[in-house]
Design a protein around this ligand. Structure first.
Ligand code: SF4
Length: 82
C-alpha cells in the first residue's frame, strides 16, 4: 500500500526496472538511489572501468526498492558517512 515510505509508480515507462523476489513489491521512492555516492553502501554493487574511471554499477541491486530497507537507508543518510 502506498505511504510516505513506499509507493509504486506502475505508469513509469521503466516499471518494473528491477526483478523483485516473489511476493515483494517494488518501491519507487528511491528511484535514483540516494546511496550511489556511498562506496560502502549495503547493496549488491559491482564496478567497471571506463575511460580510466571507476564506475559503480547497480543493475543487480534491489536494496533501495525493498520496502523493508526504508529505515536502513534513512539511517545511513542521517549518519552522513560516505
Ligand atoms: S542501488 Fe544498491 S548498489 Fe547501487 S548505490 Fe544503491 S544500495 Fe548501493
Amino acid at each position: 500500500m502506498n505511504s510516505y515510505k513506499y509507493f509504486e509508480n506502475r505508469d513509469c515507462k521503466y516499471y518494473p526496472c528491477h526483478d523483485m523476489p516473489e511476493g515483494k513489491g517494488l518501491n519507487c521512492l528511491f528511484c535514483y538511489c540516494p546511496l550511489y555516492g556511498y562506496d560502502n553502501c549495503p547493496g549488491n554493487k559491482s564496478y567497471i572501468e571506463k575511460d580510466g574511471k571507476r564506475i559503480k554499477v547497480c543493475k543487480n541491486c534491489n536494496f533501495p526498492h525493498d520496502e523493508e530497507n526504508y529505515e536502513k537507508i534513512i539511517k545511513i543518510l542521517s549518519a552522513g558517512n560516505r
